[in-house]
Design a protein around this ligand. Sequence first.
Ligand SMILES: NC(=O)c1ccc[n+]([C@@H]2O[C@H](COP(=O)([O-])OP(=O)(O)OC[C@H]3O[C@@H](n4cnc5c(N)ncnc54)[C@H](O)[C@@H]3O)[C@@H](O)[C@H]2O)c1
Length: 435
Amino acid sequence: MITKPTNSLYEVAVVGLGYVGIPLAVGFAEAGCRTLGFDLDQERIDVLQDGRSPITTVSSERIARAMGRNRLDFTTDRNLLSKSESIIICVPTPLRRHLDPDLGFIIRAGEEIAPSLRPGMLVSLESSTYPGTTRVDLKKVLEKGSGLKAGVDFALAFSPEREDPGNEKSVFKEMPKVIGGITPACRERAVELYSRAVRQVVPVSSCDTAEAVKLTENIFRFINIALVNELKRIYTPMGIDIWEVIDAAKTKPFGFMPFYPGAGVGGHCIPIDPYYLTWKAREYNLDTKFIELAGQINRGMPYYVVNRLMEAMNSEGKSIQGSRILVVGVAYKTGIPDDRESPSYEIMDLLREKGGIVDYHDPFVPEITEHGGGKAWAGHQSIPWSPESLSLYDAAVVCTPHHGINYGQLAELIPLIIDSCNIVPKDRIARVIPA
Ligand SMILES: NC(=O)c1ccc[n+]([C@@H]2O[C@H](COP(=O)([O-])OP(=O)(O)OC[C@H]3O[C@@H](n4cnc5c(N)ncnc54)[C@H](O)[C@@H]3O)[C@@H](O)[C@H]2O)c1
């Protein structure tokens, strides 16, 4: 039994206010908990303190309302963390260049938190990572910096985030929360905390198991997307429409779950998390063959899309070299501005390498930043959507199926369209090639 500290100003502090941390902090505040949001990024904190949301998936109104009710504060002052009963960590877990996990953000967050740890506090990690991170890596850094013992003086847990950006049905309160602790008592502390804000908690036997649950969910998605991407490449030359196949197959009431092909996979989770397991498995002399294969297929999709364009242009005696090509959609999924790891950028790189004059349109990404598109595309702006501007292009490649884009107009004004989302009408002037 780890007794909670008394005289805490906050019930929970959220460290790392990004796509995951902001909805979490707002979710706790809306559940009536006094919540503190902490981030190192002063600009981000300034925006939040102003009651404005830096992400589209949580409205400014919700943030301002929670702040107005005195339930939500934002800070860059790490000393304030000591005033909270519990601390939840939601910092990035990227890959290094050679697909190795980069735990640097978690370690730095642990180092920041450690001096503020008081006996009785709970620390819960939510960043997606390989089994053992909480029990070994985070525990070590917290114990070293605080002089306290995890599982004895303070509670330590892991609870994966299941945020689904852009999905309005995905509400924090309704999303079952998987929870593991480094001891049963730690888990109980975390169960008690999360039960204040979510309807269903799913306790599991350890932090390692909870970490594995998150990886399993994302590996499942990664592999199934690769499967339909491969099927698309097989069925297309057979004259079979993969989307028609999936729509019919999903009428089977058991044993089939629809996944949809695309131009590749993007975002901060699906293309990254599986490799956290690959890396960990090597420590046990084990291969992750499914993951490697799915990775090869998914990473090959941008090349496939560009090849489809090349073949289509060749058949008309044209080439990418010197042609004006519009990429439609650089966000990695529908209806959100997140363009991290987006396959659209790989496609744009390939088109430019082949001498194409490349522009993009994305209503959610008015200007590409280095964070999303890297140095090569930073500063490029989405072209205005108008008959005059669209008429300038020789071809378009549709990579993300955003709603609200007039794909019919696209197909009236641009003669050749590579459609990796099955969204462009085929009965207009354009030749529409599925890819
Ligand atoms: N984005 C998603 O849809 C999603 C879904 C489920 C899980 N996850 C996981 O959640 C974690 C966070 O992802 P995200 O998309 O929210 O990242 P993000 O890049 O949107 O946000 C991370 C935030 O953490 C801050 N930060 C970094 N280091 C910090 C530190 N030491 N102290 C305080 N703040 C710090 C950054 O300034 C940034 O604001 C990752 O492990 C990711 O895999 C993400």
